[in-house]
Design a protein around this ligand. Sequence first.
Ligand code: GLY
Length: 582
Amino acid sequence: MAQQVGQLKAFILGLCGALVLAPVAQAQTAAEPVVAGYARTLPVVAKNGMVVAQEAEAARIGVDVLKRGGNAVDAAVATAFAMAVTLPRAGNLGGGGFMLVHLASQKKTIAIDYREVAPAAMTKEIFLDAAGKFVPEKAQASGLGVGVPGTVAGLYLAHQKYGSGKIEFGELVRPAMLLARDGIVARGDLLTSLQEVKARLDKWPATRAVFQNKDGSALREGDILVQADLATTLWRIFQRGPQGFYEGETAERIVNAVRNAGGIMGTDDLRDYKAVEREVVRGTYRGREIVSMPPPSSGGVHIVQLLNILEGYDLKKSGANSAQTIHLMTEAMKLAYADREKYLGDPDFVKNPVTGLTSKKYADDLRKRIDPERATPSKDIRAGDPLPYESDQTTHFSVIDKDGNAVANTYTLNFSYGLGLIAAGTGIMLNNELDDFAATVGAPNAFGLMGGDANAPGARKRPLSSMSPTMVFKDGQLDLITGSPGGSRIITTVLQVISNIIDHGMNVAEASEAVRVHHQLYPDELRVERGLSPDTISLLEKKGHTVREQKAMGSTQTIQRVNDEIQGAADTRQTGTAAIGY
Ligand code: GLY
């Protein structure tokens, strides 16, 4: 509910007891950050540290943590909590995600998996009707699609194991709690995104109560959005850590909301949730080392696979976004998405052929299937056989600190605002992540992605993701931190940022701005952002591609280390993004 700022204050003040509260105005009047639009082709430059995120206030909060002596993980935790308040369409407590943590002193990179998990009562057929046909509404618009949220557990694990030890977990929750209590100014992306999904949100009275004014009118530019229940939930986390979320009143309210929406989650599902560490996926590209997220994300595996295929071509010579470069990338993308469909799923349930899929020899085989002159129709593409070699939604932010520790974090509710349902009394927006399972063979999910048994729904299983927080290393030193939202387009977006930098010598701002293309096998169309020249499109069509222009893809938040400098670029495809350094 958009309320007068003071109304809630007494309530939370009562709850907060001895807390030292920041002045209300602080969040709103912070010095204007160096926003991405400022730097379309020039990166933002800093000496000590940087946060690049899709929402400026949350990025500023992360930088404040760095300035107070926190490390990159501390800053990432504070930024992630803040974005649950300031970017409610993707920042979250009610969703899940993946975090890569690089520890400079140990030269070690860790992958934290805090993806949502299906409840214990999940069955393989849950999203089908009596005739065995996929019913998208079950996965996308009912409580059945809600996975057990992982964000709070993931951020806690990151802080406990890899934080600096100088800043308490609660202190990193506090700025978010204050923003929820005091309110944020409604503007830009918040208003646009609420308008875009109005019909979906209005379905749920508890959600309407948060995002409407008291008189039922929609939020307008300049209104203050207070999220009182969310402040209370954050207060419980502030006091009790993850227990304040996964047990007690918050957990009970989440379960009630999910069940009232037709779901099957129980309080035991929340109590049992665990974020886990996984081995990162590694590859190389033209002498750089690529480190990315392993299953249950498909992102890292396919980024490495795609780079392996592309390494066999002289992309520098064929040129950035030339018809020939786009053709080769597209044909590689189709092969990768064919494999994605067949092989990948939750590693706790299925054996993922990661080594095979990421091997250079397998890429050599796949390259032979690419006709350098003609597009191969998707219907003629089958998954390869990696086994012989076997030995507009999500949001990403990147962080680096003064010691070279770094975080690449991508987290999500799946759709913009997830299911659209706020669990009454908690302020927590719930995800509809379980649509990322392959409900049945041949049935595409909301992103048009298909899959097989490896990614079938199952009790306590994690659905396959495309989220790809990624780091690149040069001569053993951290070079690049990147990632993006965009559902099925995340993988290809991250791929192009890496290629733009390594193959075409672009800086991070140029690499982020360049026109993006995407192919995911089905539908058999090459999607291109506006701005690709008609000549290039015509050449691609002559090669047999069906080209479809579409609006912006992805929102990359990228940092590169160049000599002693930190260079950052927040994607200008969304409003409100920021690269803030110090
Ligand atoms: N929900 C989109 C993804 O995880 O890939």
